[in-house]
Design a binder for this molecule. Structure first.
Ligand SMILES: [Zn+2]
Length: 89
């Protein structure tokens, strides 16, 4: 069980300087199959757990180390569908 590793502490995004003049190209593609969004944190992307992703997209996503990186709009729709169950554990 290596779930304790904190992905958050890992900042692999390089070039975080003032090079944001480029277009809307991200680095991390959205993990949801068929979605062409970007899951970069700078573009509003988030990462959710595989379990959460399965509830929403079944097997239609790509996971990385038990997390699924999703773009802003995917995260939104996921959050929407989870709203009724809005507990903070
Ligand atoms: Zn997406």
């Amino acid at each position: 069980m290596g779930f304790k590793a904190r992905d958050r502490a890992r900042r692999k995004e390089s070039g975080g300087d003032k090079t944001s003049t480029t277009a809307k190209e991200g680095i991390e593609p959205c993990g949801v199959n068929g979605c062409e969004g970007w899951s970069d944190a700078t573009m509003g992307g988030r990462s959710i757990s595989v379990n959460d992703a399965e509830d929403m997209w079944g097997k239609g996503f790509t996971a990385r180390k038990n997390r699924v990186r999703v773009c802003k709009s995917c995260y939104r729709s996921w959050k929407k569908s989870n709203k009724q169950d809005d507990h903070h554990y």
